[in-house]
Design a protein around this ligand. Sequence first.
Ligand code: CP
Length: 308
Amino acid sequence: MLKGRSLIDPRDFTVEELKEIFDLADDIIANPKKYAKICEGKLLATLFYEPSTRTRLSFEAAMLRLGGKVLGFSDSSSSSASKGESIADTVRVVECYADIIAMRHPKEGAATVATMNSKIPVINAGDGGHQHPTQTLTDLLTIRRIKGEFSNQTIGICGDLKFGRTVHSLVKALSRYKNNKFVLISPEELKIPDYIKKEVLEKNNIEFVEVEKLEDVISDLDILYMTRVQRERFFNEEDYVRLKDSYILNEEKMKSAKDDMIILHPLPRVNEISCELDNDSRARYFEQARNGMFVRMALMAKLLGVCE
Ligand code: CP
């Protein structure tokens, strides 16, 4: 039963509960009119303390397409956080006005604090360099719609694996399905955190390798998940400038990839995927962004209890 629950970490829901969300998202994609009024009278609050294009707008589009309404802020300087109001007090007030909250915050753990103080469902729309579970729902729906399953895949994850919260959530989520292998491609300074390696991969006996060169492994991959170097999480600009162009996926590198390998990216992209690849049939990142709206429709419908 998902009604009334919050989503902070992709593993807050069982694989069966996730399947319910993906099945509903597929049905919404096939029959959008059937769902056009199911959230009439419902209000989504989007509390975004950090910049966003896809996550905030897809949440808002999702609620509007379900017949509900939205309110919120997209810049903490226009909220009372700028006067020193705590997250706890903010959600205690927002729950008086809205039925569900989507919150993005630069601090790891902020969404957990919000959930502990809220009587309405809270959805983590990204907390610092920690987790981004609705991006993971987006990624998984895209993989399921293209590959038909989440198991038996060799998944290359390339770029900033240290600060990339979408990476941490995706590894956690895909580790629950059978026979997946991870190829973790990053510079030494941007390797995946030890807690993900120890508590997720090693603890569950998941096969993984860590490499530095994309060219050495691209031919093995079924899925290539590219990520941008997260400038906003660096302590100094010098390190960012040195690392920002570590990987640039282009036509030349794609010559070695399988014909059915798919390229995913949570976006925004900076330089890490050359625009010359946008028309390659294996480039699925804009379709992935579109799926994000449908899966957020399904998620909110379930948490609000307006869909079985
Ligand atoms: N993928 C993602 O979280 O994008 P935004 O930062 O634009 O929301």
